[in-house]
Ligand binder design. Sequence first.
Ligand code: BG6
Length: 492
Amino acid sequence: MLDSCLFVIFGATGDLAQRKLYPALYNLLIEGRLPEDFAIVGTGRRFETREAFINMVDESVSRFSRRKEPLFKDRFHRMLHYFRMDFANAAGFARLASFLTKLEETLQSQGNRVYFLAVAPEQFGPITEQLRSNGMVRYSPDTWQRLMVEKPFGRNLESARTLNDKISALFPEENIFRIDHYLGKEMLQNLVAIRFANSLFEPLWNNRFIDNVQISVTETEGIGTRVSYYETAGALRDVVQNHLLQMLTLTAMEPPVNLSAQAIRNEKVKVLQAIKPMTPSEIRVNVVRGQYAAGTSEGRAVVGYRDEEGVSPTSTTETFVAMRLFVQNFRWAGVPFYLRTGKRLARRSAQVIIEFKSMPGVLYFETEPRLRPNLLVIKVQPEEGVALQFNAKKMGATEGVVPVRMDFCQNCELPHNSPEAYERLIADAIRGDTTLFTRWDEVEYQWRFIDTIIKTWQDTEPGFPNYEAGTWGPEEAEALLRRDGRRWHIFD
Ligand code: BG6
């Protein structure tokens, strides 16, 4: 049985809460995955009344939820509470503390709480400080208080450390849930199952049989309404530092000794430790950055990044990154990992592609020197599934071999879309399972690697814009693989 608890959201009227949190909570309610005694407390400045807050939540569920069964609405409304406050005002926290205690008395939820910080990172420190000074985190063996924090977790190693010191002064590591929402995606969890539950793949999962690995998160969208955040972040901090490096860890890690959070995270961090550091001149050769110019995206004309509203006309923020890196350990030495992400690219897709080594150049390979390699594709989105590309005889012909494909689509036959990442993440935080969250040492090694790139970039002029919206990014990203005699695979 799940412990009863309060789910307290700081930043309850913001974009993330509306798009992701309320829909996820509503789906968890429909599926019976919330505790019996459970209340959601939204805090913020925007609304004067609980009714206005509930209207906003309703609107967010009807716009963004994958399931909308109205039957559960009344119950959901009863769970929703609103506390109006300004985070800059210390007195507000004292009032919030007594509001929560009173609510707990009626709910009998024993003081168990999840605090969700859906606010700008500058607020993480001040809010946790107020939680401490108002006695909102207690150390008792029978109750728990957990903290869920959204990215960005710092903007370099130093700021991430400062942030972490602040929150870990109050919460022990097992009560901190640092979100990388990609870990909540079904197919990334499935990647681990596919690797370690099949005798077919694991024996081949190393530098003797794998030629290269390609991990990409490509988007057709621009930056939408997040200009002020994105201008100071860029694709490297926004996606490579977290989602792509986390996908890399799951792809490359050794089998954990068991499936506990600790064991899995121990193996993931070893991958990050094994990423071969690059010198500034290696970074210049192996890391490509880009920024989109005007072009056509999904059939309509779109402006270039520098012409987006609110963006500086001389902005040097990158909207695209591609890189080649090596994981320097026994399993992977010599195998390039190519990572790529970008906004306003030709297609929305997230995939991990394993390219196996080619056969010796005999038999079929003498006459068909361009035979395609075997590929294993983990399709994370939009379609979720696994595809295997291999070569087979051309049907009906006396000779000739062609690539064919076996496809498993995980989300094709579901009555509803598959669960959103945040459903799994919120449910796990309520259960106290940290497996799908990033441990501090992982974040630390991610920043260490990213910091070297940021530093090198500071010294060079990027030459932006350098790719047209709606394409696959700058030509240098193609050249990065071409130089190695390879190419990016794009899999439908
Ligand atoms: C977020 C980034 O973490 O991930 C966004 O801040 C990006 O810029 C998003 O668009 C991609 O997530 P998803 O789940 O839509 O692939």
